[in-house]
Design a binder for this molecule. Structure first.
Ligand code: G6P
Length: 480
């Protein structure tokens, strides 16, 4: 039985199945996984429950092979596909990022209802596994929009548990949330309100949640401070004559682990890539961006802004290179494949319009290649982070920590990171291509002293709440 449990769709490791049938486990990259793993290692009897995603994962489940502290759930592949691609990524992701192309989307029909049932079943599998594995009074920390129904389902199964849910995405504004069919919206909210504690990266998303929950479920909204002085807000609620309960809503802005990131960025393979990139870029300035090929990241308008910079200010010709990394993401969905293709196409158009024999204005890598990204971080003069809406955006926090000469940060007002970083960033509306182009020019011409000063402050803010502490703060809040 476990006394602290984490649940997430994507887990800390995945198994690869070799041709000879052997299984090998590989730990996932990224600060969140390593921070959470480190924090969990310090908890007695901790367990991480996650979905089996690869063939190797499913084979590991079939053979009963598990790394200590990890339990994978192998769901029926069709149910999983409907829940993950059909609801989590096509409906909830689009909802919370306000991404629908409204004249055509969303369409809530019989097919949607069928997928929603899969989403509910997928959440229920997690709730049941957690209920089975949790010791009396255990703490359970559920992650993200994939598992929004788990808190409510788990509370019904195990009222003794302390349950937290953390949303890594934004939360839809009440109006946008209202586009969901009423019963589905209520099910989603009641799922979340099954938790004792709800966490978000910023007050902007936390307030959107409270606004939306207030319409249907709340019997009142409260606020206060924890003994350490951290503010919380709360929703009182009562469901169909059940007992009156409260859910506290708090903000835990995830940051990066400076030591870990710097040591990753100085491994020999990163040094090598850096040398190769430097040889390619020469003494030109760099504008760096790193994203999943994700609609919310607004890569296309970023490229349009770069094109406008080159059109309006020919003095930058042959003096700047845009290093863009796009990690292919969710390629099972046609809309993501199409977006990835348009990004590559626009980059090529820009290269065709301005490129010369010696100068490629955009160096785009469409590959999951963190080594290249770290090399690009180190040589960043400017970081471009322009999402239309983003839960946090850790890249905005990583680049200032790693950049060697100090980088000027061009940052969207709609990124979660805006709340903390705006004082030292050049902030832009993600839709305003011309404003973004002007900000790029300002960033490229920022005096080195000012750039270094701003970068130092950005890095200090970015590392204020590294993953391990982020997690322990939530555990403290839940225990408090
Ligand atoms: C966002 C979500 C995460 C998710 C990640 C990658 O950051 O908040 O929960 O894991 O994107 O997306 P994927 O669909 O590849 O897991």
């Amino acid at each position: 039985m476990a006394s602290v449990l984490v649940a997430s769709n994507r887990g800390p490791l995945s198994y690869a199945l070799a041709a000879d049938g052997t299984l090998s486990a590989r730990r996932g990259g990224g600060g969140l996984v390593s921070g959470l793993s480190a924090a969990l290692a310090e908890q007695p009897d901790a367990l991480w429950v996650c979905a089996a995603l690869s063939d190797g994962d499913r084979e590991a489940v079939r053979r009963g092979v598990f790394e200590p502290g990890v339990r994978m759930l192998a769901l029926d592949p069709e149910v999983y596909d409907d829940a993950y691609n059909g609801i989590a990524n096509s409906v909830l992701w689009f909802l919370h990022h306000h991404l629908w192309d409204v004249p055509r989307e969303p369409v809530f029909d019989a097919e949607f209802r069928r997928r929603w049932e899969s989403y509910r079943a997928y959440n229920r599998s997690f709730a049941e596994a957690l209920a089975e594995q949790a010791a009396e009074g255990a703490e359970v920390l559920v992650q993200d929009y994939h598992l929004a129904l788990v808190p409510g389902q788990l509370r019904e199964l195990r009222p003794d548990l302390r349950i937290a849910h953390f949303t890594h995405t934004p939360w839809a504004s009440p109006d946008y949330l209202g586009m969901l069919p009423d019963d589905i919206r209520e099910e989603l909210l009641w799922g979340m309100l099954g938790a004792d504690e709800l966490g978000f990266h910023t007050w902007r998303w936390a307030s959107a949640f409270i606004g939306g929950a207030g319409i249907d479920s709340a019997e009142g909204v409260a606020q206060g401070f924890s003994p350490s002085g951290d503010p919380w807000r709360g929703v009182h609620h009562r469901r169909e004559g059940g007992p009156k309960r409260s859910t506290r809503v708090r903000v835990h802005p995830l940051g990066v682990d400076a030591d870990e990131l710097r040591s990753l960025a100085h491994r020999p393979e990163v040094d090598e890539r850096l040398a190769a990139l430097r040889a390619e870029v020469g003494d030109r300035r760099t504008i760096v961006r790193v994203d999943r090929t994700e609609l919310s990241k607004n890569v296309l308008r970023g490229l349009l802004a770069y094109r406008e910079l080159l059109r309006e200010r020919p003095e930058w010709h042959d003096r700047v290179v845009h290093l863009a990394s796009a990690y292919p993401s969710r390629q099972d969905l046609a809309v993501y494949r199409a977006y990835t293709a348009s990004v590559a196409e626009l980059a090529e158009e820009i290269n065709a319009e301005f490129g010369t024999e010696n100068w490629r204005p955009v160096l785009l890598s469409v590959k999951d290649d963190f080594t290249r990204s770290l090399a690009a971080y180190r040589m960043a003069d400017v970081a471009l982070i322009n999402p239309v809406r983003d839960g946090m955006n850790l890249v905005a926090k990583e680049i200032p920590v790693v950049s060697e000469a100090g980088c000027a940060l061009v940052l969207s007002t709609r990124a979660g990171a805006y709340e903390e970083l705006r004082g030292d960033a050049l902030t832009v509306s993600p839709y305003d291509v011309s404003e973004t182009a002007r900000a790029l020019h300002r960033a490229l011409t920022m005096p080195p002293g000012e750039r270094a000063e701003r970068t130092k402050r950005l890095a200090a803010t970015a590392t204020a709440l590294p993953p391990q502490r982020w997690f322990l703060d939530q555990l403290d809040a839940l225990r408090g």
